[in-house]
Ligand binder design. Structure first.
Ligand SMILES: [Zn+2]
Length: 77
């Protein structure tokens, strides 16, 4: 089996790894609640898309969770 004749220097390793940094995904602000969301998709926080309510985000939540979420949305306004 071939064996490397010389070890990689820290500098060389770091130079290679300089391209491995993760980039932030392209997020936009929700026009209704202001949360950072993916573009061209319904806001998962308030259920709005293009100023219209598309999904009911309170469906499937308990009374306690619903109250908490309602409070969060009102705080952001
Ligand atoms: Zn929203």
């Amino acid at each position: 089996m071939a064996v490397p004749s010389r070890h990689h220097s820290r500098s060389r390793v770091n130079k290679r790894r300089s391209h491995m940094a993760l980039k932030l995904s392209n997020l936009i602000k929700c026009s209704h609640c202001g949360e950072r969301i993916l573009p061209h998709q319904v806001c998962p926080f308030c259920g709005y898309y293009k100023e219209k309510e598309v999904i009911d985000v309170f469906k499937g939540l308990t009374k306690k969770e619903r109250k908490k979420k309602q409070k969060e949305i009102e705080e952001e306004k």
